[in-house]
Design a protein around this ligand. Structure first.
Ligand SMILES: [Zn+2]
Length: 443
């Protein structure tokens, strides 16, 4: 049995009571946390980390992203959402090769590990290549092919069959680090008969679902005109929400939609930087969700084409600031609330029920943050410093299932130099190739 002893740390457990332990120890045995608390000075371990001046907290779970979209970082700027998709994003993706997806996801993995993310919920194409990155990097993930159900000529990969084959091949791979689900793009693109087929597969193979929902008021109005139902009502009627679902965004919800979501096993994943960067109105705030009894809210980076970074510290901070600003309520999203959304809530949504909290018996998926930094002093309030001031670059160590992915800022599982080279060179090639418009967003 391998034992790692982290000594003299401040431990932010994010347990239900919000326990923070100052200057204490954390013992890890193989994959799991064995003990938290002052241990005898002669405690033996294979590895002892002196964590004086550091905080240990659960690693982040990025609950909605398209990791290989690192290739489109800086490629589609200063455009409204329909033009952003139609003229830049979907056009560039038409030239995407499976190897590009591998290197794009590897670049994202370097960035995520460097900023304390241990797991990500990814929705993209050529997902076997993303799964390969998860295997090699040591991260955890919930993965799915993004499918449209609008014809093989208009999408990458032949629909539901691809999704299912991918799930069967990869479910539980990497010693349980890889989970899979079904990923219809959204109710505004996928035809109802396709969504019905997805629900049947979810039923038959007990798979969760990850999709985009109600990103704009326009989508709600169009769905009502087309189907006589809001997107949420439509998905509920089709049976989507009878399965564990991650519904990204949900920015435009009627009171009935909210009441319905509160009753279902649905986690709403919010990506605040995308909303600000693409100027997408937020009709339903986190405060509104909470008032409707919706407790399952997690945070994500979305794709780097709309978010620019995958650093969850930025996303935690922007979640809090955006909510306070938008609701004109400085008391909104207080204390460690956003940290919990970015850790435990994401872990539960992605099927990692033994992660997202530091406690004996939980899996050792955690990070160490160096608090001996000018922007993190003085320490009146450790949580406030973490939420409002910490950055990805302050993370020194990342552990997943008791394995180091980063130690003292050194990435241990990925060849970062090669990844930077390949990603740069392939992303530039992608946008020089024969791109074409394969489908059109109409809201
Ligand atoms: Zn998305």
């Amino acid at each position: 049995m391998k034992r790692i002893l982290i000594k003299g740390a401040d431990v932010v457990t994010l347990d239900e009571a919000g326990t923070v332990l100052r200057n204490t120890d954390l013992l890890i045995e193989d994959k799991r946390i064995a003990q938290i608390g002052q241990l005898p000075p002669d405690t033996q371990a294979d590895e002892i980390i002196d964590a004086a001046g550091k905080v240990v907290l659960p690693g982040f779970f990025n609950a909605h992203c398209h990791a290989p979209m690192t290739f489109e970082r800086g490629w589609a700027e200063d455009l409204p959402f329909p033009r952003w998709l139609n003229e830049k994003i979907w056009v560039a993706e038409s030239a995407l090769m499976p190897d590009d997806v591998y290197w794009g996801a590897a670049l994202a993995a370097c960035e995520m590990i460097r900023s304390g993310t241990v797991a990500f919920n990814d929705h993209y194409f050529y997902m076997d290549r993303v799964a390969q990155v998860v295997l090699e990097s040591g991260m955890k993930a919930l993965l799915t092919w993004c499918t449209f159900g609008i014809g093989d000529d208009k999408e990458i990969g032949p629909g539901a069959a691809t999704q299912l084959a991918f799930s069967r091949d990869w479910q539980g791979a990497g010693d349980g680090r890889i989970h899979t689900c079904l990923g219809p793009h959204s109710p505004y693109i996928c035809p109802p008969e396709f969504l019905r087929q997805v629900v049947e597969l979810a039923e038959q193979y007990q798979l969760p679902i990850h999709l985009h929902v109600a990103e704009s008021q326009e989508q709600v109005v169009n769905a009502q005109a087309r189907y006589g139902q809001t997107p949420v009502e439509q998905l509920a009627a089709l049976g989507v929400f009878d399965h564990p679902t991650v519904a990204a965004h949900c920015l435009a919800l009627t009171p009935d939609d909210r009441a319905l979501l509160a009753e279902k096993p649905v986690t709403i994943a919010r990506t605040p930087i995308t909303y600000m960067k693409l100027a997408m109105p937020i009709h339903v705030s986190l405060t509104d969700l909470q008032a409707a009894g919706i407790t399952r809210v997690a945070l994500g980076s979305d794709g780097p084409a709309s978010n620019a970074v995958m650093d969850m510290w930025d996303i935690v901070r922007q979640t809090v600031w955006l909510e306070k600003y938008q609701t004109q309520n400085p008391e909104a999203v207080p204390g460690d609330t956003a940290l919990r959304m970015a850790t435990r809530n994401g872990a539960l949504a992605m099927g990692f029920a033994e992660s997202g909290v530091l406690a004996a018996g939980m899996t050792a998926d955690l990070m160490l943050v160096d608090m001996d930094r000018p922007h993190l002093r003085p320490r009146h309030d450790l949580i406030a410093n973490l939420v409002h001031a910490a950055r990805g670059a302050d993370v020194t160590h990342v552990l997943v299932d008791g394995q180091w992915l980063m130690r003292d800022r050194q990435l241990l599982t990925l060849d970062e130099e090669r990844i930077l080279y390949e990603a740069e060179h392939r992303a530039l090639r992608m946008v020089r190739q024969n791109m074409n418009q394969v489908r059109e967003y109409r809201g």
